[in-house]
Design a protein around this ligand. Structure first.
Ligand SMILES: NC(=O)c1ccc[n+]([C@@H]2O[C@H](COP(=O)([O-])OP(=O)(O)OC[C@H]3O[C@@H](n4cnc5c(N)ncnc54)[C@H](OP(=O)(O)O)[C@@H]3O)[C@@H](O)[C@H]2O)c1
Length: 213
């Protein structure tokens, strides 16, 4: 598949490397072409990797990943050109973090979520919340003694969720579908729990698993 990634941060580059490793073509976009982190990533990632603007990445992707800082996400989608998202699966990895008082807090919750806001900003897209409740270092091929961790996903379109489930299977995850995009209201606080544990343990070597019988 062709994957367009909006975001040159740790998440964009980790997922970009993972998609290339699993045989996909990836274009990472940023506000301005020639972004230093994106270019360094491209040099290391090989022939299937390319870079450009947010708009270049969104136009390129059959599947688009949103991996931007929350405060810049609406702007990033605007710069990317909302028409480029129409009818496509869009994976929203963002957490609506507000750092204004020091430790991160959720900027939205209870009555909406980042996932729902992204879906409102991209009405023609099929937004699926995923990858938000694990650290970037374990997003692809996670290795834990207890076996594959569980990625909880939420989104309104069954076809887009099937695409995301296929990606997650390829990346070595179990997937649990929690329903419509409003489920992001629960997946984003779950990320806060992941972050709290990160601050307590000072490492990111944890992921959630749902046990079922
Ligand atoms: N870090 C993790 O392990 C992790 C795990 C799960 C979820 N998340 C979530 O994933 C998202 C990405 O996190 P990250 O740590 O990889 O990177 P980040 O530093 O949060 O975001 C970097 C990206 O945001 C863009 N950006 C910043 N301000 C902007 C603005 N005003 N307008 C448009 N774009 C703007 C940057 O654009 P340029 O490329 O142009 O600089 C860059 O591409 C966040 O929402 C985060 O909460 C992170």
């Amino acid at each position: 598949m062709k994957i367009g990634i909006l975001g040159t941060g740790d998440v964009g580059r980790a997922l970009g490397t993972g998609f290339v490793k699993h045989g996909h073509e990836v274009k990472i976009g940023s506000r301005e072409a020639g972004n230093e982190k994106a270019e360094a990533w491209r040099s290391a990632a090989g022939d299937k990797a390319s870079t450009g603007t947010f708009a270049d990445a969104a136009a390129f992707g059959d599947v688009i990943i949103v991996a931007t800082a929350w405060h810049g996400t609406e702007n990033a989608l605007h710069l990317a050109g909302t028409d480029h998202f129409a009818g496509k699966p869009v994976i929203d990895t963002t957490n609506p973090l507000d750092f204004s008082t020091g430790a991160p807090q959720l900027a939205v919750g209870h009555t909406t979520s980042a996932g729902e806001e992204v879906q409102k900003w991209l009405p023609g897209a099929h937004v699926v919340k995923a990858f938000n409740h694990v650290g970037n270092q374990h997003m692809v091929d996670p290795q834990f003694p207890g076996g594959p961790p569980t990625m909880l996903i939420a989104g309104n379109d069954a076809g887009a969720k099937d695409t995301v489930k296929d990606i997650l299977k390829q990346f070595g995850w179990e997937t649990v579908d929690v329903g419509g995009i409003e489920g992001a209201r629960y997946l984003e606080p779950l990320a806060m729990l992941w972050i709290l544990h990160y601050f307590q343990t000072k490492n990111g070597n944890h992921a959630f698993k749902l046990l079922q019988k």
